[in-house]
Design a protein around this ligand. Structure first.
Ligand code: BGC
Length: 345
């Protein structure tokens, strides 16, 4: 009997210690932190407009309640810091703008949402990287110092969609410098970074990350097929007019195209031991609603099957899952992103 009791105690102790060990090592693991992003939404067209409100969205406290209650677990907050900082050294960021971002970050974190802030629409940087390198790094120095005492649930994303003159060679150098800058004050904060060509999956292979830094989540954006997701969008070629009417019916071929891309991303993730975050995916309002719903549900579920966290582009503007004029969710679109519990696979 004693022997049995002894074996029982040893076994339970081993199990208990094992669990403990997992618990304490888990929070530091980028894969775990990526799972905490889980299902997110971009607070787009607000702080990345030249001035908040100019693109029709001003963030309100009630939005954060709605987002949390709907079942989202994170928000990505695009921020145009470059429009709120001096153009000359020391490139000081306006205190009043910091105050505004602080308020938004607080709204998210106080509702247990992971908050990802980035540098968004720094157009001069991607047009003339060399001329703007110091300013870019100075922005990160200021942002890092400012938020260094914030909870771990605040993540930093280095730059939205590096593109144009930001070649992979230049980008790899700049991202490394930005990470070094951030690490001076935030030694273990989660950093999100993605490849060139507007965060394309095809360019993941060109991304060079500091091998020893494991607190990094890699991001990509997914808008394929582009002629479907961007039909009628004023900021693309020919304003996407010739693409109007493109549907997404979920044919075998359409599905296979999504699968092929996500498999490619997933393979890269496995080979490089880096977690993946699909930081933007969405289909514009000019596309037919049933197609948007089908596409959103399929892409979302294929991402989740591969443990890819995601954030829908975006909350309440042209791609919006929420109709801010009617003050209601686009219920079917929301369900395609956050399916009712019994349907969760
Ligand atoms: C851009 C937005 C655009 C969206 C879809 C984002 O990265 O910042 O302005 O609406 O992609 O094209």
């Amino acid at each position: 009997m004693r022997i049995i009791l002894f074996i029982f105690l040893v076994l339970t102790n081993v199990a208990f210690c094992g669990e403990n060990k997992n618990e304490s090592s888990r929070p530091k693991d980028a894969f775990f932190r990526n799972s905490q992003i889980g299902r997110g939404v971009n607070l787009g067209n607000a702080l990345e407009a030249p001035r908040e409100g100019e693109w029709g969205v001003r963030l309100e406290e009630g939005y954060f309640d709605l987002i949390q209650k709907a079942g989202f677990t994170s928000v990505r907050i695009p921020v145009r810091w470059s429009a709120h900082a001096l153009n000359e050294p020391p490139y000081t960021i306006d205190q009043s703008f910091f105050d505004r971002v602080d308020w938004i970050v607080r709204q998210a974190l106080s509702r247990n949402l992971v908050a990802i802030i980035n540098i968004h629409h720094y157009e001069d940087l991607v047009e003339s990287p060399k001329e703007h390198k110091d300013r870019f790094l100075s922005l990160w120095k200021q942002i890092s110092e400012h938020y260094k005492n914030q909870p771990d649930a605040l993540y930093f994303e280095i730059l939205n969609e590096p593109c144009k003159k930001m070649t992979s060679e230049i980008w790899n150098e700049y991202l490394d410098a930005a990470i070094k800058e951030i690490r001076k004050t935030n030694p273990s904060r989660m950093i999100v970074v993605g490849p060139v060509n507007w965060n394309a999956i095809s360019e993941l292979k060109l991304l060079k990350l500091p091998p020893e830094d494991r607190n990094i989540i890699v991001t990509f954006h997914f808008y394929s097929p582009f002629r479907f997701t961007h039909q009628g969008a004023s900021w693309v070629e020919d304003q996407g007019k010739s693409w109007l009417g493109t549907t997404w019916l979920g044919t075998e071929k359409e599905k296979q195209d999504v699968i092929t891309d996500l498999d490619k991303a997933s393979l890269w993730s496995k080979e490089n031991s880096r977690p993946l975050f699909m930081g933007e995916f969405g289909a514009y309002e000019k596309a037919e609603m049933q197609s948007r719903i089908r596409w959103a549900a399929f892409v979302r579920s294929e991402a989740e099957t591969r443990n890819i966290s995601w954030a829908w582009w975006e909350f309440c503007a042209g791609f919006g899952v929420y109709n801010k004029n009617k003050k209601e969710w686009r219920a079917d679109l929301l369900q395609s992103l956050i399916p009712p519990k019994q349907e969760v696979k």
